[in-house]
Design a protein around this ligand. Structure first.
Ligand SMILES: [Zn+2]
Length: 210
């Protein structure tokens, strides 16, 4: 049985997915062809039962996983910026991130913590998560993803400062067994007062430990 609340969340997610810009029939067909070639190349029989629709499904999955290329920050934020007198750290913690490493096309999965100090304006909470997704839904390395989220918030909101920390586990490390199985990577990007002011910085890291 699904609770009412859960249904609503699911519906909201479906509405969001429906709004995500598609890549177009030609590109989808090209991805499909590539996945068909890949199946043959790994030694599979693409015609066997279980694989009949796999190239089409994988193409749709990749279309979704790279939808950040077709979204802009302005569209995502869509005016959800409000006047505010607030001047203390605003922290959005534990934003789930699902991205794909650009070196192996394998997922890396983790959390982002995004903080800023308002300078007359604040941004809708859910918009911070969606802004992170615009960059996560591209081929990435974690270091750049962290910087891009921080830069985008800086340019959109013009706050006194921005701090972004991303913690993630990389399946290209875990599945291929090249590094410690459970190692996760932490990256950070500090801008403005988060970079220049030691007190802001230590308050930010203290909030993250809470
Ligand atoms: Zn990788």
């Amino acid at each position: 049985m699904i609770s009412q609340n859960h249904e609503t969340e699911l519906e909201a997610a479906e509405r969001r997915i429906a709004r995500i810009p598609r890549c177009g029939a030609a590109k989808l067909a090209s991805m499909e062809k590539s996945f068909l070639d890949l199946l043959a190349a790994v030694g599979e029989d693409p015609q066997r039962d279980g694989l009949q629709n796999t190239p089409a499904r994988a193409a749709r999955a990749f279309e979704f996983l790279t939808n950040g290329y077709r979204q802009s920050i302005d569209e995502v934020v869509n005016g959800a910026i409000f006047e505010s007198e607030a001047s203390e750290i605003v922290l959005v913690k534990d934003i789930e991130l699902y991205s794909m490493c650009e070196h192996h096309l394998l997922p890396f999965i983790g959390r982002a913590h995004v903080a800023y100090i308002p300078n007359g304006k604040v941004i809708g909470l859910s918009k911070v998560a969606r802004l992170a997704d615009v960059f996560a839904r591209r081929l990435q390395i974690q270091e750049n993803l962290t910087i891009q989220i921080a830069d985008a918030l800086m340019k959109t909101l013009h706050p006194a400062g921005v701090g972004v920390v991303v913690e993630a586990k990389h399946l290209c490390m875990m599945m291929r067994g090249v590094e410690k199985q459970n190692s996760s990577m932490t990256t950070s990007c500090l801008l403005g007062s988060f970079k220049d002011d030691a007190r802001t910085r230590s308050e930010f890291f203290a909030l993250l430990r809470e």
